[in-house]
Write a protein that binds this ligand. Structure first.
Ligand code: HXC
Length: 518
């Protein structure tokens, strides 16, 4: 039994801690719940494996004396930080507590986050940030800005070393938005979260535009239009579930391998796949149906599902091994590559490459999207990112050309010329500089114009071009594709190619860093 003095100290310690656990107090917690939001601690307990969270720095206090803050105490300075486990693996977590001074970020709040970032990087473990904050603590002025700067700097140092995931579960305004933007994946909770550089009032005063906060920076807008958010959750619980699932596809850091999941060894690709892609290039289909069949059942986890839907990216498993998938979506814009699709795919490729996740590309694209908007929006600059991302990637790269692979888009979509290890083509593949109609109109222009029946001649020329190039054999004859395969063989071919290339080691010229077009 401890003596009386010791017991008093223990009681005092417990009293202090219990008071801290109340955060901003019952009224503010009730307000949080009424808004459909969980508290910072409730969120953590849903995120990590039960009983694994170990908090640090609960006794940290702010040091600001301006505007009466010397009279106020903010429990744990409004952010809960610590370590836990997700799916049995260590993670670092911080969760801003809106019930404590609006989760605003001052010097000590920021220092707690920075300390956690430093630890996560040293330990080689993923870091997850749950944001719910009024932004820079206005009373702390430049100290708050110091805090954000320090967090951004550490986000950048950690980039490509440990996975960084952000959940936006409340307001995220001003410069605060840039930490999430520097992380790998951002998940936003529908209706209760918003992100913007300046809120509706400032927008109104500067540009005269009338806009509400949901339209300006709500979860749906950032998931579908700006592409700032990668995943949409219907509530806090779902956001935590999504994060746990996402982590199951990722390694702990850029050196550790990803865990191999158990898989059904008896699973075979159904013959149905042979009739899923029509040889008629005008007939579209949903490439996600092909992905669902080819990879381990129920393993496909789409990233950015609402943004730039003309390209599909996401994780899946092949015999339990995590892989990244990039696939043109013929259902949307015929699967053409535009500005947003290029950005979306390039960023995903770079993530996979940084974390040693093999990349599998499924190609069916008529090319880069033509148009004044695209040209003036910088399709050249954005499209170049895709070329750059594939070319710099040193993970196993395996490509399957399902149907159209024309021009620059053929090169950009994981071609052998950019470093792919294996390129397979289905018999429906068409690999050429451009589609037969466009090609015939250009190279046979004089013949068509001068003929007695231009339309007949045009059709004949188109047919001639099709016979020559609308197939995979011309490319195969030069060794630009490794094999022409029956669709039903795709899974087996991918498994064998992955197994052959898994030990791939490729070095690049030594440099400080490359200069990806931005
Ligand atoms: C200090 C803040 C605060 C802030 C909220 N609070 N934001 N305190 N600094 N940034 C306090 C409130 O005073 C209040 O304290 C408590 O938190 C809860 O806030 P409410 O306003 O009552 O909550 P709600 O009505 O839900 O409104 C939430 C809100 C609003 C929309 C986020 O609080 C708001 O507009 N806050 C300011 C947002 C902002 O402009 N932030 C600065 C962005 S600029 P009491 O004691 O009354 O409970 C920025 C620059 C960073 O972040 C640059 C980095 C590079």
């Amino acid at each position: 039994m401890p003596d009386e003095e010791m017991q008093q100290k223990i009681d005092e310690y417990k009293k202090r801690k219990d008071k801290l656990y109340l955060g901003g107090g019952k009224d503010r917690i009730d307000k949080q719940h009424k808004q459909g939001k969980l508290t910072a601690r409730e969120r953590i307990s849903l995120l990590v494996d039960e009983g694994t969270f170990e908090e640090i720095d609960i006794f940290v206090k702010h040091r600001c004396t301006y505007f009466g803050l010397d009279q106020k105490e903010f429990p744990y300075d409004g952010v809960v930080t610590g370590f836990g486990e997700i799916n049995g693996k260590k993670v670092a977590v911080f969760s801003q507590d809106f019930t404590v001074q609006g989760g605003s970020l001052g010097e000590m709040h920021a220092k707690k986050i920075m300390k956690l970032q430093d630890h996560a990087l040293k330990y080689g473990i993923p870091i997850i940030g749950i944001n719910d904050s009024g932004g820079a603590r206005i009373q702390e002025a430049v100290d708050a800005l110091y805090g954000y700067g320090g967090i951004f700097y550490r986000n950048t140092l950690s980039s490509g070393v440990i996975p960084q995931i952000t959940i936006i579960a409340g307001p995220c305004a001003g410069g605060a938005v840039y930490s999430p933007a520097l992380t790998d994946f951002t998940i936003m909770v529908d209706k209760t979260s918003q992100m913007f550089i300046t809120g509706p009032q400032v927008v109104k005063s500067v540009t005269g535009e009338d806009v509400d906060k949901e339209t300006l920076g709500g979860a749906k807008i950032h998931n579908s239009k700006s592409g700032v958010a990668h995943l949409l959750a219907s509530n806090d619980e779902e956001a935590m579930k999504i994060t746990r699932k996402l982590l199951s596809y990722l390694p702990q850091n850029n050196i550790d391998p990803v865990e191999i999941f158990p898989y059904d060894e008896t699973y075979r690709l159904s013959e149905d796949i042979n009739s899923m892609v029509s040889p008629d290039p005008k007939k579209s289909y949903d490439v996600k149906n092909i992905i669902e069949l080819v990879f381990d059942p129920d393993s496909f986890f789409e990233i950015h599902p609402h943004f730039a839907k003309n390209i599909v990216v996401g994780f899946a498993r092949l015999q339990g091994q995590s892989v990244g998938i990039i696939a043109n979506q013929p259902k949307i814009l015929a699967g053409s590559l535009d500005i947003d699709a290029s950005d979306k795919a390039a960023r995903f490729i770079r993530f996979c490459d940084a974390f040693n996740i093999p990349i599998i590309t499924l190609v069916d694209t008529p090319g880069y999207l033509p148009g004044v908007n695209q040209e003036h929006g910088g399709i050249i600059r954005h499209g170049a990112k895709l070329l750059y991302a594939y070319s710099e990637a040193t993970v196993p790269l395996i490509t399957v050309i399902l149907r159209k692979a024309y021009g620059g888009a053929y090169i950009a979509m994981g071609s052998q010329h950019l470093g792919a290890d294996f390129v397979f083509a289905w018999p429906t593949a068409e690999i050429a500089v451009m589609g037969p109609e466009g090609a015939a109109n250009i190279i046979f222009a004089k013949e068509i114009e001068s003929s007695e029946n231009p339309e007949d001649t045009r059709q004949k020329c188109i047919q001639e071009y099709k016979e020559r190039f609308s197939n995979p054999y011309e490319a195969a004859s030069r060794g630009y594709i490794e094999d022409v395969i029956e669709p039903k063989e795709t899974r087996e071919k991918l498994i064998k190619a992955l197994s052959a290339s898994f030990s791939k080691v490729e070095s690049r010229p030594s440099k400080k860093h490359g200069n990806i077009p931005l």
